[in-house]
Design a protein around this ligand. Sequence first.
Ligand SMILES: [Zn+2]
Length: 342
Amino acid sequence: MKAVVFNEHGDTGVLNYSDIERPEIAADEVLVKIEACALNHLDIFVRQGMPGIKIPFPHIGGSDMSGIVEEVGSVVTNVKPGDRILASPGFGCGTCQVCRSGNEYLCRKYYLLGYQVDGGYAEYAKIPARNALPIPDGLDFNEAAAVPLVFLTAWHMLVTRAKIQPGEIVLIHAAGSGVGSAGIQIAKLFGATVITTASSNDKLEKAKELGADHTINYLEEDFFKRSKEISKRKGVDIVFEHVGASTFEKSIMVLATNGRLVTCGATTGYDSKLDLRYLFAKHLTILGSYMANTSELMEVLKFFPTGQLKPVIDRKFPLKDAAEAQLYLTERRQFGKIILNP
Ligand SMILES: [Zn+2]
C-alpha cells in the first residue's frame, strides 16, 4: 500500500511517500481502507519530535481518519467489512482503574493513533475494533475525518472540564484552528455568548457564520482590552486556551470573578507567567485538558445529523502531498481542517 512514512524526526523533508506492507490485524482489531485523514498540529509535533518522547520508527502520522472496514479480527462483533466508520483516536489499556472508570485518556498506557502507533497517512490502517464508530448520517468521509480529535477535545474542555452554562461569556482563541472552530460551535450549542479571535477579517467572517457573537482581529486590536469592553468590564467566564505563551498571561487577566481557564495546548510555547494575585483574589480556576473518552465522542457525534454541529473543512490535498499540507497548517493559513485523500 501507499503511505507517508518517516524514519527520523525533522522538517517535512523526512516524509516519504512510499510503498509498504499492509498492516496485519490482531483478533480484536480492524483493518480500515482509508478514505480521508485530517491533519492536526500533533502531526507536526510528532514529525519534529518532542523532548523526552520516543515514537516507534518507521512511523505513519495522522490521528483522524475515516473509511471503510476492509477486514475484522476473529473476536470483533461491533463492525463488519463494508461498514463506513470513523476512528476514535485514543485508547487506554482497558484494564487499569482509570480505564475502568471510563477516563481512558488518563491511562498511563494511553495511545493516540498516529502518535504512539501508526496512523492514517496511508491507504490502510489498523485500529482497535472498539475505536471504530459508525459515521453519523449526512456526513461524507472528508467531513467524518474532520470531526474526532478537535470536537472531542473542545467538548471535553468546555462541557466536561469548564462546565459551561447558558448565558456565560466564552473567549475562544484562534477561530481558524480546528479546535477553535469546534469550540465556537459547542459554546453556542450551550447558549453561551462567544468572543473569538483570528489574524484576518476573512477568518473572522467565517467565525461569525459558525455563530461567534463578537470577533477580534488580534493583529489590529488587543484581545484583553476588547474582551473587557464587550463584557462591560466584568471579564469573561471561560477562556478556551490552546495558544500558550503568546496569550496565556492576558487570558488569565481577562477572566471574570469565578472564571475558568481551560487549556489543551500551547502551540506558541509553554513557558508563561502567572500573576498569582489574579488567581486567588478573583477565585479563578485553571483546568488542564487532554483528549476525552470515546463516550464523549459518541455524545458529540449526535449533534451532526441535526446540523447543530458542523465539520469545518478548509481544503483537501492528495496523500502524496502530505508535506505540502503540513506546511500549509504550520503557516496557519487555514480555517478549519485540512484533509488528505489516499
Ligand atoms: Zn488503562
